[in-house]
Design a protein around this ligand. Structure first.
Ligand code: 5CA
Length: 445
């Protein structure tokens, strides 16, 4: 993409409504625009990051054996009356009446709708286990939408639902989700720590939230600092293996890590003092096992191997896709702007032409642009007639992890400059080598 033809409405002034850095940077970098309280338009740069995050979520869900589908945003109130949640859900639910006077709602989550689909088609244990998921907009009429996309009213969420014959099978599904989530967040350059939490309006006793540590996080968290040494890395996972998923769950959840809702002072005090941490975190996902809560209420049963009809065991599992855009920025920025991890960056690298209009510099930039594009990479070429300082500021603000700077002086010696946004380190090298280096970096992402 050439910047002169792109739509990147970067703000010069600091937006006053932003209380946290991710919200400020998303507005300044032209990623989002507020449409009304807690509701945002995703401008081209923000939309690209949102799509990249969504892609990783899909890939990891499919890898774990879960099946993608799509349910609507608007739902009939009747299903929610069946589960009893139409009244329970309270003010957070946006209720709508259609022209025929039917009660509808904008889905805050989808347990009822998916249970209805399940009971309409599945009647035998032979069709289990089954995990279906979708990535769809949700609406929760939060009292205080704030921090931009972090606590929106409309937000984009992956929600998955497992259906199993027995509690043991459903707990394996729970563990499988935990493992796949660890992998998902690491691919986005994040450390998200599973913590024991409270299940709220979803229900059930078994639940973990995934938290990214950040001063601006809304949740207070208590943990043993040893949990932050754990990394998932490049493990080969057999998602059908009950033992492997169970042992990874144990590895990542045996150290104390809880949100304030479930915090236990006595257990916390049993951790050696130098490892006790009280901090704040951003909740980027949550997994639940709630047994037969919805299947009992809505009659979702299957015929078991003995011919008897039994309610299925269920759980639901969510990832805050739009919230993750903000969470990644909270975890990865400096005073100049965003620093995108390679896994989610909107463009693979920037090209900055220091002397726009100079035939040699323009030619070298075009050649770089073509070479990168031919390798399947997407560069953002700043071809505007601007001062070098302004171009650098824009690149730093929008946070592309790599920048190639092209100027007449370097070209005389046959070199361009490759700069890492994260470390600020630069290296001079021949243009072909810069291209090869960037291609190599992304081949492992
Ligand atoms: N049905 C379950 C699992 S699919 C569920 O709704 N879980 S949830 O309530 O925990 O939401 C899942 C994730 O969505 C949360 O972990 C959080 O990352 C994200 N989320 C929840 N509320 C908001 C909000 N108001 N704005 C942005 N993201 C949100």
């Amino acid at each position: 993409m050439r910047l002169s033809r792109y739509f990147l409405p970067v703000l010069k002034e600091t937006p006053r409504e932003a209380q946290i850095v991710s919200h400020r940077l998303m507005l300044q970098a032209g990623m989002i625009r507020q449409a009304s309280a807690g509701i945002y338009s995703w401008l081209p740069l923000g939309y690209k990051v949102l799509r990249n995050i969504e892609k990783i979520v899909h890939e990891e869900q499919i890898r774990a054996g879960h099946i993608p589908m799509l349910m609507p945003t608007l739902q009939s109130a009747d299903l929610w009356r069946e589960s009893g949640r139409y009244d329970d859900y309270g003010e957070e639910m946006l209720r709508i009446t259609d022209r025929h006077g039917r009660d509808m709602l904008y889905g805050p989550t989808n347990e009822e709708l998916i249970t209805d689909i399940f009971r309409s088609y599945v009647s035998s244990y032979r069709d289990l286990p089954l995990t279906l998921y979708h990535i769809q907009w949700k609406f929760r009429d939060e009292v205080r939408p704030r921090f931009g996309v972090m606590r929106g009213r409309e937000f984009y969420m992956k929600d998955g639902y497992n259906f199993d014959l027995t509690k043991e099978d459903a707990l394996h599904a729970y563990n499988r989700h935990l493992v796949s989530y660890l992998r998902t967040y690491e691919r986005m350059g994040l450390q998200a720590i599973p913590m024991r939490a409270d299940s709220g309006p979803i229900g059930g006793d078994d639940t973990h939230e995934f938290l990214v540590l950040a001063e601006t996080g809304e949740s207070e968290v208590f943990y043993d600092s040893a949990v932050t040494d754990l990394t998932f890395g490049d493990r080969e996972i057999d998602y059908d293996s009950v033992e492997q998923c169970q042992s990874i769950l144990e590895e990542f959840t045996s150290k104390y890590a809880r949100t304030d809702e479930t915090h236990d002072e006595a257990m916390f005090n049993a951790i050696p003092e130098e490892r006790r941490r009280v901090a704040r975190g951003i909740e980027v996902g949550q997994i639940f096992y709630f047994g037969t809560k919805y299947s009992d209420a809505m009659g979702a049963t299957v015929q078991g191997p003995d011919g008897k009809s039994v309610p299925v065991h269920m759980g639901s599992h969510g990832i805050g896709v739009s919230r993750l855009v903000g969470a990644i920025i909270e975890a990865s920025h400096d005073d100049k702007g965003i620093i995108w991890p390679e896994g989610v960056t909107p463009f693979h690298c920037g090209i900055v032409n220091l002397r726009q209009g100079d035939a040699e510099a323009d030619g070298a930039c075009e050649a770089l642009y073509k070479a990168l594009t031919d390798k399947g990479l997407e560069p953002l070429y700043d071809d505007r007639d601007e001062r070098a300082g302004a171009k650098f500021n824009t690149m730093d603000m929008i946070g592309l992890p790599w920048r190639i700077t092209v100027g007449p002086r370097g070209l005389k010696n046959g070199v361009v400059e490759l700069t890492s946004r994260r470390t600020g380190e630069s290296e001079e090298l021949a243009p072909e080598l810069a291209v090869a280096r960037i291609a190599e970096i992304y081949s492992g992402v």
